[in-house]
Design a protein around this ligand. Structure first.
Ligand code: NAG
Length: 265
């Protein structure tokens, strides 16, 4: 009896020692990307390798049929990562950024690891895990416009970040589009990308030039900000939207949250 207890205790001690050695290298989060849209989309993943070298254990792009989901592991220290969806793609000829009506990337189906960011307009889910103050940071960004509704939920009870409604149909005409072959708007451009003021180098819509700080680029100076933020109050709707306090979300990294990104939630 005593010997048995001793050996159990020794086994437990050995196990926890083993865990100590194994865990630091293997700690990871589980991410799930669900396509709840009633049509095929092509999700894409990009990591800013200047911010960190850890990358998710998944291809940088894939085809997601309606109703499908993909689960993969993401290192605990993923920095400046983004996931978005591409619409109406055809990679059969000249695969590249123009293979999709929006969201396309250098590379075609597989986005180039160094230059494969999405062509606007695109709704972008963004993460930095284990950022300042041991917090995960995440948001649903409309800074590059909108192309698909999405939501970021998590397993730790932290806030939901989302833009759950289709901003295409009611998008103001000056920024509406692109359009599919049926004339349906598959996106809504940012005022910056639509080049409404004709001066992208010095623009209150782009927060560039003399408008390049939070103080000189208030949301009130960004055309159609209220269309995006009013319909999607939990989204990151322009370059300095943090001051809204409902743009950038955090979750204690010690909670090891798993994240689910749902398109068309
Ligand atoms: C994060 O969670 C850990 C573990 O539950 C806790 O010790 C720590 O105080 C939390 N940090 C913050 C900033 O709440």
């Amino acid at each position: 009896m005593y010997a048995a207890r001793r050996s159990t205790r020794a086994l437990l001690a050995a196990l926890s020692l083993e865990l100590l050695f194994i865990m630091p290298g293997s700690l990871a989060r589980t991410f799930t990307v669900i396509n709840a849209c009633p049509f095929t989309i092509w999700p894409a993943v990009f990591t800013d390798l200047n911010a960190g070298t850890a990358v998710p254990d998944v291809a940088t792009g894939w085809e997601a049929a309606a109703g499908s989901s993909v689960t993969f592991s993401v290192p605990d220290n993923w920095k400046s990562g983004r996931i978005w969806g591409r619409r109406d793609c055809d990679f059969s000829t000249n695969p590249g950024p123009n293979s999709c009506l929006d969201g396309g990337c250098n590379g075609g189906l597989l986005c180039d690891p160094h230059t494969g960011t999405g062509v606007p307009p695109a709704t972008v889910a963004e993460w930095t895990l284990q950022g300042d103050g041991n917090r995960d940071f995440y948001d649903v960004s409309l800074v590059d416009g909108f192309n698909l509704p999405m939501s970021i939920t998590n397993s730790a009870g932290c806030s939901v970040a989302d833009c759950p409604i289709d901003l295409g149909p009611n998008c103001p005409s000056a920024i509406k589009g692109p359009f599919d072959s049926n004339g349906y708007p598959v996106g809504c451009k940012s005022a910056c990308a639509a080049n409404l003021d004709g001066n992208p180098q010095d623009s209150p819509n782009c927060c560039s030039g003399s408008y390049s700080t939070a103080a000189t680029c208030p949301s009130s100076g960004v055309a159609y900000y209220s269309y995006f933020k009013g319909n999607c109050p939990n989204s990151y709707a322009y370059a300095y939207d943090e001051s809204s306090n409902t743009a950038l979300w955090t979750c204690n990294s010690s909670l090891n949250a798993d994240y689910t990104l749902t398109f068309c939630p």
